[in-house]
Design a protein around this ligand. Structure first.
Ligand SMILES: CC(C)(COP(=O)(O)OP(=O)(O)OC[C@H]1O[C@@H](n2cnc3c(N)ncnc32)[C@H](O)[C@@H]1OP(=O)(O)O)[C@@H](O)C(=O)NCCC(=O)NCCS
Length: 202
């Protein structure tokens, strides 16, 4: 297998000057199906600040020269927002055992080159450095197969995630509200969690 592309794991205050560019990247990528997110730059920078301020958190970057073309986030679950924490509490799962991968976003021209694989490898390496972290998790929006905005030929990422060792936990779901492209008000969206134990060898 070809070597994975080079990524850079950035933590703490070194993230601060990058948050504006990462916010714009998130807005650009999540505008497409399945998220259809009509993003707000001010909200995004506040949201991303959590990654600069939480011990153990990191953002993994893909760069092309000076431009950030992709980013993936990792956060001890205890530092995540209430919407993410709520289902773990409801299922009596100890949040201190988890790291939460908030998102992976990569501009379309750089897809299919292994950055998505490299993002998981770098975030899992970061999670293994967090004391007490034994599992990685993330959540993904659930859309019906016949959703009107689903592009022809759209390939869900489920097989990609399974190949990375993640499995959906059907009992673990959360609700997040955002404004979809073309809408005037925020609506609630259902996201399902995927999990992977990190206790074995990398
Ligand atoms: C998720 C996302 C970051 C994945 O990015 P990607 O870089 O295209 O993914 P990769 O290139 O790493 O992997 C795609 C496939 O190419 C393969 N691949 C390509 N180059 C490779 C390399 N050098 N080494 C290993 N595998 C490689 C991977 O193995 C994978 O195939 P597989 O699933 O059969 O293993 C990207 O699709 C994206 O930004 N999507 C939109 C946002 C989104 O939905 N994010 C997820 C929810 S937050």
């Amino acid at each position: 297998m070809a070597a994975l592309p080079v990524t850079e794991t950035v933590t703490g205050s070194a993230l601060r000057p990058l948050l504006g560019e990462i916010a714009r990247l998130r807005i650009a990528v999540f505008r497409a199906f399945p998220y259809l997110y009509d993003g707000d730059a001010d909200y995004e920078e506040r949201y991303l600040m959590r990654y600069a301020e939480s011990p153990g958190a990191a953002i993994v970057l893909a760069r092309e020269g000076a431009q950030i073309v992709g980013a993936a986030t990792c956060l001890p679950l205890v530092a995540a927002g209430e919407a993410v924490l709520a289902p773990f509490r409801a299922h009596s799962l100890d949040a201190a055992r988890f790291c939460y991968f908030g998102e992976s976003v990569l501009l379309a021209p750089w897809r299919g080159r292994g950055f998505g694989v490299a993002f998981f490898a770098a975030r899992e390496a970061q999670a293994r450095r967090v004391p007490g972290c034994a599992e990685a998790c993330f959540c993904a929006v659930q859309r019906p197969a016949d959703h009107p905005a689903r592009p022809a030929g759209y390939t869900p990422l489920d097989a990609f995630w399974r190949k990375r060792g993640y499995a959906p936990d059907p009992g673990l779901v959360c609700e997040m509200a955002w404004k979809e492209v073309g809408e005037t008000e925020e609506t609630s969206h259902r996201l399902g969690f995927w999990r992977k134990p990190l206790t074995g060898a990398p």
